[in-house]
Write a protein that binds this ligand. Structure first.
Ligand code: NI
Length: 194
């Protein structure tokens, strides 16, 4: 397995629509394994394929255990589709590995039902609530080129974009998609990004 380079806000690949996964082969499973490793290393609770420059409808996630010594849950999700969502919303702080160190409150549906496929192409549906729903919805947005700042009020969105411009400048990230970014993100602070 190997660590992949996480693309930062400003990289055009983050704004593109990803394509359906249609080959559930070893290559896909290797990509998912690398994404999981990259996500944990960052560290984050979710990572979508476009964030590592791959325009496939695939993301990885990791939920912590309920108690500190309880194992969490992790996995890979292909071709997710929102089946149902509650009218009731919940606000919670959100971050994103493509926006290192930034967190803003975002409103999301409290309950959702999502249909998806595993890495062997098997179909599943799952109901998620609160934090877990938030993580999956955030990652699903990435597959349509939507970023969490798109859900913010204009003031917060402008501030986030300004802070990211500064971040890129301070870290010498001049052009989208250039090599130094990966190293900069490794060991970067703050959990909870996705
Ligand atoms: Ni994200």
């Amino acid at each position: 397995m190997s660590l992949l380079r996480i693309r930062l806000f400003g990289d055009p690949v983050l704004r593109q629509e990803a394509r359906e996964v249609d080959s559930f082969d070893d290559r896909l499973r290797r990509l998912a394994g690398d994404m999981l490793e990259t996500m944990r290393d960052a560290p984050g609770v979710g990572l979508a394929a476009p964030q590592v420059g791959v325009l496939k409808r695939l993301f990885t996630f990791e939920f912590p255990g309920l108690e500190e010594d309880e194992p969490g849950e992790h996995g890979a999700v292909a071709n997710p589709r929102l089946v149902d969502s509650s009218e009731q919303l919940e606000e919670g702080d959100e971050g994103c590995l493509s926006f290192p160190g930034l967190f803003y409150p975002v409103e999301r549906p409290l309950h959702v039902e999502i249909a998806w496929q595993d890495l062997h192409g098997e179909e599943h549906t799952r109901q998620l609530s609160s934090f877990e729903a938030r993580v999956w919805l955030h990652e699903m947005d990435h597959l349509d080129g939507i970023l969490f700042i798109d859900h913010l009020a204009r003031h917060d969105r402008r501030e986030a974009m300004k802070l990211m411009r500064q971040y890129r400048k301070e870290h010498g990230v001049d052009m989208p998609g250039q090599g130094r970014m990966a190293n900069l993100l490794l060991g970067g602070g703050g959990g909870g990004g996705s």
